[in-house]
Design a protein around this ligand. Structure first.
Ligand code: AMP
Ligand code: MG
Length: 359
């Protein structure tokens, strides 16, 4: 289970992991943890809809999954299917799991081929496309830089320019070779390593929704660590309501009304490196090796979870001046940036974002 977060969150996660086995058993046996079960809300008697909800720790963070289905059994099976998919993604794509596809890839010498699962291949493939479209701001090969900053935080000293430039030799999405026919991946430079922390959570949402639909769910709201897909409507027929956390104070900055789309937020609130009392973003600008310092909170709405997740990371690297025109050009993407100072936050959004905001 570990994976998509900094060392600082690991303890909390391990504590959560112990509880998780318990919760999972409860989910599979019977519902001391059923939070909502609403049958037939404002629907004609001949088309009842049940909503089932379950929260748990997954992928190093907190998840909440709600399913709407023709009956309670189907809704419950759909929620269980979503959690099974989260486990699959963790098992295949976590860079903290040595025998995951990514764990194994990171141990290979330059030029060696690895055949990976279709899901891992698809995630890498889509990641490379977003890397290209974002001009390299999004880069799944940033792991050596992430490790460098993690070590620096542990030693409580900033990495030197020389250290960063040495590490940057091994960074660059264009140095990944993917072959669709054989589903193989190759890293072409020594010491290259891949980290799907900026994309896999969103992809897990998409895979979870697909699995839920296959089980018969008609709608779902799936939240993994604040990245959300909101498909169809709630059991009462209304759109899902998703809060965007305020980066400078407790509570929400705004609430979004979403239907058939995904939203992801990247920022320094939950994950960061701290050196000498100063917080540095866990997102690294692959072009400089420095932590991103652009915007404390970037929220992206897109048609699917992977796209929202990856672009939220990319737009955290790019300045708003660079990113805004890019975002306006991208089909189906809306973005909200909330920057400091904390006393009077600066808010910028793309032209279609306001249409999703309820309050
Ligand atoms: P997110 O919270 O989705 O923005 O993802 C942040 C995580 O993505 C970090 O903890 C790293 O594991 C990884 N990451 C850091 N910088 C980048 C980058 N420039 N491109 C892609 N992934 C990154
Ligand atoms: Mg991301």
């Amino acid at each position: 289970m570990e994976p998509w977060h900094t060392e600082m969150a690991l303890d909390a996660v391990r504590r959560g992991a112990r509880m998780r086995g318990m919760l999972r058993r409860q989910l599979l046996t019977l519902p001391t943890v059923v939070i909502t079960l609403a049958i037939g809300c404002s629907r004609p008697a001949d088309s009842p809809r049940a909503e089932y909800k379950h929260s748990d720790q997954v992928m190093g963070t907190f998840a909440e999954v709600k399913a709407v289905a023709p009956n309670a059994e189907v809704a419950k099976a759909a929620v269980a299917a979503a959690y099974a998919r989260f486990d699959d993604v963790n098992r295949l794509m976590s860079d903290y799991v040595d025998d995951s596809d990514i764990g194994r890839l990171n141990q290979l010498a330059a030029g060696q081929l690895l055949t990976v699962a279709p899901e891992t291949f698809r995630c890498l493939q889509r990641g490379v496309v977003i890397s290209t479209e974002s001009g390299g701001a999004f880069d799944m090969t940033c792991r050596p830089l992430v490790l460098c900053w993690r070590a620096a935080a542990k030693a409580q000293r900033l990495p030197t320019e020389q250290e960063l430039s040495n590490v940057r030799q091994a960074v660059g999405y264009e140095k990944i070779v993917l072959d669709e026919g054989s589903r193989t991946v190759m890293l072409t430079v020594d010491n290259m390593q891949v980290d799907l922390g900026g994309i896999a959570k969103g992809y897990a949402l998409d895979l979870a929704w697909q699995a839920m639909r296959e089980k018969g769910a008609t709608s779902a709201m799936i939240d993994v660590g604040g990245d959300v897909v909101a498909m169809g409507t709630r059991a009462d027929g209304k759109p899902w309501r998703i809060g965007v956390r305020h980066p400078f104070q407790d509570g929400m900055y705004c609430t979004l009304r979403l239907r058939d789309c995904a939203v992801a937020t990247s920022g320094v609130q939950q994950q960061f490196f701290e050196i000498d009392g100063r917080r540095y973003s866990h997102i690294i600008d692959p072009r400089t090796g420095q932590p991103a310092a652009q915007s404390p909170s970037v929220t992206v709405i897109a048609s699917d979870g992977l796209t929202a997740d990856a672009w939220a990371t990319a737009f955290s690297v790019l300045s708003i001046a660079e990113a805004q025109p890019m975002a306006e050009q991208l089909d189906g993407i809306e973005v909200l940036w909330i920057s400091g100072p904390a006393e009077s936050p600066q808010v910028v959004q793309t032209s279609g974002f306001a249409a999703y905001v309820t309050e």
